[in-house]
Ligand binder design. Structure first.
Ligand SMILES: [Zn+2]
Length: 274
């Protein structure tokens, strides 16, 4: 195993002191251990977000630092499926905030939380906001499909919305591209169990305007929500490349983004001299 320049945990602390002075963007990947139908392993969200982060970090090694993966997420609605590990949403919030505040304490100015699991997002968005409020550093959170929504739409064949929600055309295509040996395509089954709605649906590529998360086993027998039977390695390759490219763009933009200092308007500002 060689040392990797982009991996946070491969540095010693005196080296880290130097690394902080060049202000790389720190990437904090978050996934989960969760049922993904009969055809995908429990590691799907962890595996996909890690591969995306590592592929991006390898290409711009001087500009980023990749943290160890946080492998557990908020799963209370998935607990009817054997194997899923649930972290209480308050625990996840405080755990993640402790990580970002530690990074800010050491002097890092730019933190991106890269999420692989939809239900982590409301929590991670709050973590990012609270980090900004408490520490002043730049901290933002995103889930990977939003980076390449246009490319995903261009290869998509499944019903919209609903066909790309969970263990679906999207996630299965990416997994096939990254390691087809671990995907049991003969067991993939289409399931879109939620009632049709103008306001409420689940789709990784296009969030619904109204948010409602039901207990998963009530509307999905296999745990799938979407259509994995339409997944292909080719779609996965195209989407993966686009997500990695956009992630690099995001990192660069985020690193050079200008921010004004906040102004406390409680004190009357001195009148400009005539
Ligand atoms: Zn997933």
């Amino acid at each position: 195993m060689t040392r990797k320049k982009y991996l946070y945990q491969h540095y010693t602390w005196p080296e880290m002191r130097e690394v902080i002075t060049r202000q790389p963007v720190v990437i904090v990947p978050v996934g989960t251990v969760e049922d993904h139908g009969h055809h995908l392993p429990l590691d799907t969200d962890n595996f996909l977000i890690w591969e995306i982060c590592e592929a991006a970090a390898q290409k711009i090694q001087d500009e980023v630092l990749l943290m160890p993966l946080v492998p557990y997420g908020f799963e209370a609605h998935h607990m009817d499926f054997p194997g899923t590990i649930n972290i209480n949403n308050q625990h996840l919030y405080h755990f993640m905030l402790d990580i970002t505040k530690s990074l800010a304490h050491h002097g890092f100015q730019h933190i991106l939380i890269a999420d692989g699991h939809g239900s982590n997002m409301p929590i991670l968005e709050l973590v990012a906001r609270q980090t900004v409020i408490e520490t002043g550093v730049s901290c933002a959170a995103f889930i990977w499909p939003v980076l390449a929504a246009d490319v995903i739409a261009s290869v998509r064949e499944s019903a919209k919305p609903g066909g790309m929600s969970h263990a679906c055309e999207l996630e299965t295509s990416l997994y096939l591209h990254l390691d087809r040996q671990r995907v049991q395509m003969d067991k993939a089954r289409r399931e879109i169990g939620l009632p049709p709605s103008k306001f409420i649906w689940l789709d990784l590529a296009q969030a619904s305007p109204v948010r409602f998360m039901d207990i998963w086993s009530g509307f999905s027998e296999t745990g799938v929500n979407g259509d994995p039977t339409l997944a292909t390695e080719e779609k996965g390759a195209k989407i993966f490349a686009a997500v990695v490219d956009r992630f690099i763009e995001l990192i660069r933009e985020f690193r050079s983004r200008s921010r004004n200092k906040p102004v406390d308007h409680h004190q009357r500002q001195a009148e400009p001299r005539p």
